[in-house]
Write a protein that binds this ligand. Sequence first.
Ligand code: HEC
Length: 117
Amino acid sequence: MTLRYAHVRLLCTLLALLPASTLTNANVGASTFKEVCAVCHGPTGEGTKSGPQAAPPLKGSAFVKSATPDELKSLIKFGRTGANKKFKDIPQGMPAQALSEAEMTDIIPYIQVELQK
Ligand code: HEC
């Protein structure tokens, strides 16, 4: 009995030592966003006004908030350029982003929920 309790305590201690980011998916979404999207969409999704990284804000975007996960997935996977472009004041389109399935799954709730806070 005591031995088993000691194991549980050891496990708890080890878990407490893990950085929180390894435990939740929202944080995978957050780190993917920072690594891949923030260069254009800004670190908190506020967008970039001009230059080669100009991009619309995702925070407060009606499209981001109301789109289905599949719509967002296909936009991220294929980008939005040429005739499909929505923001005429931004010269360049959104380039296709090569994310893994797991990164894709985690970034959707991140931009729809976490980033909107
Ligand atoms: C090289 C710059 C660049 C990068 C990197 C980039 N985007 Fe974009 N993104 C754009 C531009 C420019 C647009 C606007 C396209 C248009 O005119 O419709 C856009 C549009 C979007 C939209 C549509 C917004 C709306 O209100 O219609 C979403 C969602 C989006 N990007 C998500 C992402 C995510 C998620 C990532 C990272 C995985 C990412 N983008 C990476 C430049 C970028």
